[in-house]
Structures are given as C-alpha cells and as structure tokens.
Write a protein that binds this ligand. Sequence first.
Ligand SMILES: Nc1ncnc2c1ncn2[C@@H]1O[C@H](COP(=O)(O)OP(=O)(O)O)[C@@H](O)[C@H]1O
Ligand SMILES: [Mg+2]
Length: 395
Amino acid sequence: MARVTLEGLGKHFGADKIIDHVDLEIKEGEFLTLLGPSGCGKTTTLRIVAGFLSPNVGRVLFDGKDVTRVPTQSRKLGMVFQDYALFPHLTVAENVGFALKSHGMRKADADKRVNELLALIRLPAVANRYPLELSGGQQQRVAIARALAHTPAVLLMDEPLGALDLKLREAMQNELHSIQRQLGITTIYVTHDQEEALSLSHRIALMRFGRIEQLDTPKEIYSRPKTPFAAFFLGKVNFLQGHVVGRVGSNYEIKVGRETLLCPIDGQHQSFDLDAHVVLGVRPEQLRLNQAQQAGGQNVLHGRIAREKFIGKVVQFDVEVDSGATIVVDGSLEQAKGVGSHVQLVWDARMTHLYPFAEDPELGITRAEDKRRAIGAPAAIDARGDLETNRMAPA
Ligand SMILES: Nc1ncnc2c1ncn2[C@@H]1O[C@H](COP(=O)(O)OP(=O)(O)O)[C@@H](O)[C@H]1O
Ligand SMILES: [Mg+2]
C-alpha cells in the first residue's frame, strides 16, 4: 500500500492546457475518486500517475519518493480500464495468473494465489472458462482479479464499470467497495458518474477544466458544495440570483425578485458584502411544496406549477416563481394539483448555499437572465395574473 502525492501537476497538448496545477494527496489505503464531466482531464491525470504520460510540470510521488521518471512497470500498479481486454485465448485462471508466472512465481504458489483471487471476486467456478463465455460483469471482475494478482501498491481504475448496464453496475459497485475495503489497497478511481463516486469513495476530487474544484468526503461535498458547479454536478440543484440586502442575526438577507430569503452566514465557503450579487443554491429534495395559503416556513417563494412530471418514486414539479426562475421540487403524487395551481415553496434556511455571482451558461447562470428578472420578468408576472402585478406589467 502506498501514499500517492501529486504535486503541481500540469499537462498541455499543443496549446491546450489539459491539467492545470493539480495538487492532491491520496492517503494510504484510501479510495479516492477523480470525478468530473467528460474531457475535464481525469484520464490524463490517471495516465500521469500510471507513467504512460509525463507531466510538463510537477511531480508524482509514491510514499514520498519521486516516481515521475520511473517507468510504468516499476511503479507496482494494478490497472483496470473500461475496456477490460482479457486475453481471449486464455482461461480465466490463466488470465489472472499470467502476470504471476511471467514474474517467475512458482506454479504451485501462482495456482494458490489465483484461487484466492477467484474466491475474492466470488467466481471460483469459472476458472477454466474463456472470457467470451462470461458476462460483461464477470469479465470485469476477472479484470479486477488480474489487476490485483501481484499485490500492487496502488490500484488505478478508469471508468471500469462504464460498459455495464445499470443493474450490473450497481452490483459491481458493491463488489468493488467490499474488495477495496477488505484489501485496504490505495485506489484512484475515475468516473463521470456522481452516484458511483458518492457510494464508493472515501474522498472525491471533483474536476473541471483540468483543475480540482473541490476535494472532500462524499457527505461533505454533497452537503456543502464549494462552487455552483460542485452543487450542480453532485445531485440536483436550483439556482436563484439575488442581492445581499442585510444581515439579521446569523443570517444574510437575500432579495430574490420581490421576496426576501435567509441564508446562514456560517457554513458558507466565503463571506459576502452588502449589495453583493449572489447565486443561491437549494436542492430539490430540500424544498417542500405547500398550498398557496398554508402557513409558511423560514424561506418561502410563491409560484405556480408549470409542469408535473411523474418519475416513479417522486413527482418532479417545475414551479415558476415570481422572480421568473423555474424551480424544480421533489414531491408526492398527492401534491399534484395540476398545472397552473398556485403554490409555495418552503425550506429551511440552513439548506441554502450561497455563491458569488459568476456567469456560467453551462449551469444556467447568465447575466441576461438576471437582467430579464430585474426589469420585471414580464412573462412570469403575466402568468401569475394578480391585480398588483398586472398593474406593473407592461401594457
Ligand atoms: N494525446 C492527446 N492529444 C491531444 N489532446 C488530448 C490527448 N489526450 C487527451 N486530450 C484532450 O484532453 C482533454 C482531457 O481528456 P481526458 O483526460 O481524456 O478527459 P476525461 O478522462 O476527463 O474525459 C480532452 O479535451 C481531450 O480531447
Ligand atoms: Mg476519461
């Protein structure tokens, strides 16, 4: 088992900066996931750790020893990729034992080790079958056993479950989790699947544009996302734009459209000045959908149901609020009152995340949107149709 340190890693291909100053320490025995959208540099980072690629700047250390120039085969790695590429002409046992015999292990010892590994991946019965006689999930388990055969110091996995269908992927996640925890092998895992990252990892390094945007435990990154992108990429989130108009007790007061919302000062990743243009984030599962007249709670927005979408265990409501934004809420079938119904969205102020405004069209955060709201969001006001707003709406 080894501790892996990435120190100021940078990599560019031609003029494109692909990895931009990545610093990361993976603890001994840790399961660390590089998570991020396609193209953010996960595979490139992993290939640098593996020694397939040299960084332009920075160093890779194993247990504090610089291995940046050490060839792959001397780094004591186990590797599993999406395309598991077992040798088709060798049996399962031969595939797993291949590296052992080529490293000069005696046959009796190698056979024993192979049996241990097949027990570990719970596939002892298929030792004499050929890869093509196995299901995708079974083949991938064999690939994992093969990667573990010579007891590597570090296990690297790049989207190893990517080719499997959903059900199988879930089963394999459990398998991987238990194997890694059982062996305590330092693991760097690459995926773009947030649920996979949340369920498998000790810590997640969330990447975007070749940088690490947040490094935290799954619980922390989900409940206290450091950036709008972190909130967006892990789970679902609604964004609202507003301005800081005051501080009351332990909360900021944020004006969103005509309504004032509270947001705790503590627990944010930064502090905000009066008048600051901010983005509020709140997750759909934190919102409660109330009847328009019902007694409110701490944070309340008024709106109308624009869409009710049945998605199995929850009904997803799209609610158009007075500021013009559309907010997604998870609710139940009993709450489905029909499109056009007036409702309140209510939530605990503590569940509000606050960020400095920065345009980010990929997340739906744009300045144009803000201007549209600032001049009165005519579409939303027309739709709401009460007297006061009708007077305000342009003729
Ligand atoms: N050998 C290469 N030459 C040029 N560009 C590359 C090369 N390898 C990767 N890239 C580019 O680097 C970016 C990051 O790629 P990659 O690390 O594979 O992302 P991820 O694994 O997160 O999807 C992509 O835009 C990709 O096109
Ligand atoms: Mg990749």
